[in-house]
Design a protein. Structure first.
Length: 275
């Protein structure tokens, strides 16, 4: 019975989310304030329904849903939806919220069509607080990098508008260049330490729990490369070596590396159980 309720609830979430994105798009085309408000409240309802779905899952399985890639995708989308609501209240501009919701909807759809029966769950004997913190920190860091990715795209869009001096509908929906760059930096400052801490905790847990672990595993190397490269580009930016559009483009390319490491790295890993 609970499975049926959760299935219908998830379908409702997808429908409401799709409707909210359509309304955001209508608002962009025609500057319809009513559509924008309805879209925001629909996203808020979606987040509440996502939270209810999360609570039902915990009640049904008696654990938090982060022990497989399938479950991690849902938590990641849930975090993005929450971040879109927070940004709506803080930034007070529409386009970042719209893009984050589009990204969240994409991952919600991936979670919907992914073969749940094929997922592998970490055995109960191997679960510990260290593992749960490791996975949680990794997902939060991915969400932070997603925000940096969105604002990097917006930076390039805004820069092009300013360069061409074409004041179109996008102009009033975007933060200024400094605000956009600040959000890229804030997200990086949050994401890099969390990913490094997650990597350290994951390695500690693996060496204490599993046998035959190699530090040259695809997942370990990929996560280390991602965190180090993010740290390097942030330092270069602070020194004034990497600035402006080049800095924004590097963030876009790096996020693509994050996505590859998120999915492909887990699949190719011999050590990582979160697949």
């Amino acid at each position: 019975m609970t499975d049926l309720v959760m299935a219908r609830l998830y379908e409702l979430i997808i429908v409401l989310y799709a409707l909210s994105i359509v309304l955001y798009f209508i608002d962009y085309l025609y500057k319809n304030v009513k559509c924008r408000r309805v879209a925001f409240w629909l996203v808020s309802i979606v987040w509440v329904l996502q939270t209810i779905y999360l609570v039902l899952f915990v009640i049904e399985t008696k654990r938090f849903p982060i022990l497989s890639l399938y479950e991690g995708v849902f938590i990641y989308a849930w975090l993005l939806t929450m971040l879109s609501i927070v940004l709506h209240c803080i930034v007070r501009v529409d386009l970042p919220v719209f893009f984050i919701n589009v990204l969240s909807f994409v991952f919600m759809s991936i979670h919907l069509i992914a073969p749940q029966s094929a997922q592998q769950i970490v055995g109960e004997a191997l679960i510990s607080e260290m593992l749960l913190i490791h996975i949680s920190f990794a997902i939060v860091s991915y969400a932070a990098f997603s925000v940096a990715f969105i604002f990097a795209i917006l930076y390039l869009i805004l820069y092009r508008i300013l360069k061409q001096k074409k004041w179109n509908n996008l102009w009033s929906r975007l933060p200024n260049l400094q605000q956009t760059m600040n959000w890229i930096n804030y997200s990086t400052i949050i994401g890099v330490p969390l990913l490094l801490i997650s990597l350290i905790l994951g390695l500690e847990w693996a060496f204490l729990t599993l046998e035959g672990i190699s530090i040259f595993d695809v997942k370990i190397v990929g996560s280390f490369v991602v965190s180090v490269v993010y740290l390097i580009i942030f330092v270069l930016h602070r020194k004034g070596t990497l600035i402006g559009t080049m800095y924004a483009r590097v963030h876009i390319y790096l996020f693509l590396l994050v996505v590859v490491n998120f999915f492909l790295g887990s699949k190719l890993s011999n050590f990582h159980l979160w697949v």
